[in-house]
Design a binder for this molecule. Structure first.
Ligand code: CAA
Length: 296
């Protein structure tokens, strides 16, 4: 598999394009707005500069990698010579189903269609295409150039051959792929989101404050970020929507989102991307600038 098309140029999409280009693949990066694509190229260039600074790649390799990325505002043009299309658009079922119908229509019939969804059913997405055996989940973690895991999710109809191809491709990107089956939340979010939700309940019930909860998990469990900071980093709206998928999918009240999380999302406090969640941020940076909003 050589030619990769990536749909969506946000945080995940630009990270995925970065990693494929860095590993020698021509990448077609697709988004509806040229401004978004230009911003994505600037972000990729800055993130590659960090790698140059650390000696992970040379300046020359950076320039070659950037040269492998072409941008498209037309999905039809962007996927027409793809061997693999990775969809990393907004986490919304109808948007994804619509994109997969178009990816199926315009990409070569041999192409594998992957989604970076964090919780939407691969089986359901595959069912709107004429090639369900070639549809698979390829769930990268944020920040994509740094995190080693790719959760490779087999839908009900995904073939063994396609699974092996995606596992091998992920290894060739320097990642550690893990194969899992398609049930709500897969593995990563089935375990991560209840932990984050419990941390929010712990705050909601007044057991401890934001920094206390995060400090316990950082220093006590060696997590690089506490669960509340991580929730801000992921996006509180994304956390809420994944919890709803778990709650609906299993029908078990243990997945019910904490009312504080629901309120924060409704009030527009979505974490790093809006400048405030459990902590406050300078817009566009994950670095905390103000102490927690909720004090014990
Ligand atoms: N591109 C390239 N390099 C990057 C980068 C990027 N986007 N972001 C960070 N880095 C590099 C930095 O250059 C730095 O390199 P060195 O270690 O060689 O110095 C390293 O990564 C650490 O970054 P920082 O110094 O900026 O900051 P940090 O030490 O606080 O680490 C972090 C930042 C890697 C994000 C770390 O806090 C962390 O691992 N956090 C948890 C991340 C996590 O859990 N991600 C999964 C979220 S869940 C998800 O993505 C899926 C889902 O479905 C919800």
């Amino acid at each position: 598999m050589k030619n990769i098309s990536v749909i969506g140029s946000g945080t995940m999409g630009n990270g995925i394009a970065h990693v494929f280009a860095q590993h020698g693949h021509p990448v077609s990066l697709i988004d509806i707005s040229q401004d978004a694509l230009d911003r994505a190229l600037t972000t990729i260039s800055k993130n590659m500069d960090r790698q140059v600074g650390k000696g992970i790649i040379t300046e020359d390799e950076k320039n070659q990698s950037l040269g492998r990325i072409s941008t498209f505002t037309s999905l039809e043009d962007g996927v027409k010579s793809a061997d693999l299309v990775v969809e990393a658009a907004t986490e919304n079922m109808n948007i994804k189903l619509d994109l997969f119908r178009k990816m199926d229509e315009f990409s070569p019939t041999s192409a594998i269609l992957a989604t970076n969804t964090s919780s939407i059913s691969i089986t359901k997405i595959a069912a709107v295409t004429k090639r369900p055996s070639q549809v698979i989940g390829m769930h990268f973690m944020n920040p994509v150039p740094v995190m080693k895991l790719v959760e490779v999710i087999r839908g009900y109809s995904t073939s063994d051959e396609v699974t092996v191809e995606i596992m091998t491709l992920s290894q060739n990107l320097g990642k550690e792929p893990v194969e899992v089956n398609d049930y709500p939340g897969f593995v990563a979010n089935r375990i991560l989101m209840p932990m984050i939700n419990e941390a929010i309940y712990t705050l909601f019930e007044g057991v401890a404050g934001v920094s206390e909860i995060d400090t316990v998990m950082k220093l006590g469990m060696a997590h690089p970020m506490g669960p509340l900071q991580l929730a801000d980093f992921i996006g509180l709206d994304v956390c809420l929507s994944i919890l709803k998928v778990l709650h609906d999918g299993f029908g078990n009240p243990k997945y019910a989102p904490c009312p504080l999380l629901v309120n924060m999302v409704e009030a527009g406090f979505k974490g790093v991307k809006t400048g405030e969640g459990f902590y406050q941020y300078t817009k566009g940076s994950k670095d905390i600038v103000v102490a927690p909003r909720f004090i014990k």
